[in-house]
Every structure is written in C-alpha cells, then in structure tokens.
Design a protein around this ligand. Structure first.
Ligand SMILES: [Zn+2]
Length: 110
C-alpha cells in the first residue's frame, strides 16, 4: 500500500485561499491583482473537483497497566479494551494498539 500523503480538510484550505484572495480586493486593482484573484479562484475550483480519499480520523489512546483477579499483569488499551499480557512488569511501550490501531500517545491527566 502506498504511503499516504498529508491528508488535509478541503473546506479549511478553501477558507484560507479565500482569505488570501481578499488581499487583492484593493480599491484600484492592477492587472496583477486581477490575475492573482483569478488564479486563486481557479485553485478553489480545482479543490472542488478533486476526488476525496477514504481516510479515517487517527485514534489516540493509552495503555492502562493493571492486575487481574488471578494476579497476572496486563496492559489494556484505553481505546478498545484490548489486552496484552505483561511479562516484564512495566507498562507496554508498543506505539500502536495491535487490536484497534490507536496511536498510544494520548496524554493522561494526573
Ligand atoms: Zn486498542
């Protein structure tokens, strides 16, 4: 599978382009101002024509270290509840949950 490029929101790009286009709304427009506005308008139209890609929002979670009733240690994903047996007695350092794919970089208060 090809590595995804940066996925961005088209509506946010269009807002920024429209702000940029407004820079050229000056009282006495030069041919360059008019050209710049036309180019930016064309960029917005191109964005509208592009096909969307299938992309899911990135899930963020963290590992929760706990002992079950039988005295065995586990790491549990805060996102999906998936468990990994903890042999080493320290919190799991896998960067992604193997069950749900969450990025284990969620900040935990306290
Ligand atoms: Zn998970």
């Amino acid at each position: 599978m090809a590595k995804l490029d940066k996925v961005i929101r088209a509506d946010e790009v269009k807002v920024e382009l429209k702000k940029f286009r407004s820079w050229f709304d000056v009282p006495f427009q030069t041919p360059q101002d008019k050209l710049a506005k036309a180019v930016i308008k064309q960029c917005i139209e191109i964005i509208d024509k592009l096909k969307p890609v299938e992309a899911e929002p990135i899930k963020h979670a963290h590992w929760m270290f706990y002992m079950d009733e039988s005295g065995e240690w586990w790491d549990k994903c805060s996102g999906c509840g998936g468990k990994i047996r903890n042999e080493g007695g320290y919190c799991c350092d896998l960067p992604r949950c193997p069950n749900c794919g969450a990025h284990m970089d969620e900040e935990v208060a306290g």
